[in-house]
Design a binder for this molecule. Sequence first.
Ligand code: CO
Ligand code: CO
Ligand code: CO
Length: 328
Amino acid sequence: MGPEDLDQVLKELPIPKDPKVLVGLDTSDDAGVYQLNEEVALVQTVDFFTPIVDDPFTFGQVAVANALSDVYAMGGTPLTGMNLVAFPIKTLPSSILKEILLGGLSKMKEAGVALVGGHTIEDPEIKYGLAVTGIVHPDKILTNAKARVGDKLVLTKPLGTGIISTALKAGMASQEAVRKIVESMVTLNRTAAEWMKKLGAHACTDITGFSFIGHVLEMATASRVGVVIHSGDVPVFPEAVEYAGMGLIPGGAHSNQDFFSCKVEIHSDVQNLLVDIFYDPQTSGGLLISVPSSEAEKLIATLKKEGHGHSSIVGEVVEEPLGKIRLL
Ligand code: CO
Ligand code: CO
Ligand code: CO
């Protein structure tokens, strides 16, 4: 059973229509949005997963930065979080659990998010994440559905966290590579989201498990546009290219490729290893922002000053091929 099968199960649920649900399950967006009144809508999301780094405190930080990202990607402000924890309390010391939760809490503090509860179960495999509630003005929701022809696409973090984590699990990753992905994954998407809002972004999503290509395609489909990507302009961790060349590619990248490749036209000059990285599932990845062309350079210049040094204009929104990506 792959992610697309899970998606199919959700699509078959008889979910009643509710006019207060401004963004629901039907649009593959980052978070659900529910209107409370004319000024305020709730933004809600949940994410949890197994450790992708060895250090428990760092894992907690990554899990929370990743969960908060879906609220930022919708243009929202996260307010409260609830821990979701699975932990083998009979076989591992509780000090490890404490470190995970302290790591998570440190990111919630940085984001100005209050921890208000949570739930822990006993499980042979550690899992941690967060249910997040935030708010957004109903007129200022940023979905993946409003990219416009002529917009530039900006990506705020390098790709390759899945490949480097796979190398880490195989004992093949350099300390430097791991340091780089950790630094990237614990970075909140908050500042990037603030600037995209100020500069009038039309659409946004964050890059996570469906990979760069999967999330770009979701935006193209929802917005009824096409996308041109300039492969050489897409930021990637150099070590990800190296490890992909050694075959250290996670299973999820193959599923993404099987599922999405029918909607991708690849120019013959594009390096195969780069294409592998474009299908790599990301954890706590960057924002993909569709911004008016006139504001793109300003957004990049600002992001570079504000700690997103790898931000780059990676492509543009076009009319054709509709619902597809052309990789140049
Ligand atoms: Co998302
Ligand atoms: Co999510
Ligand atoms: Co969104």
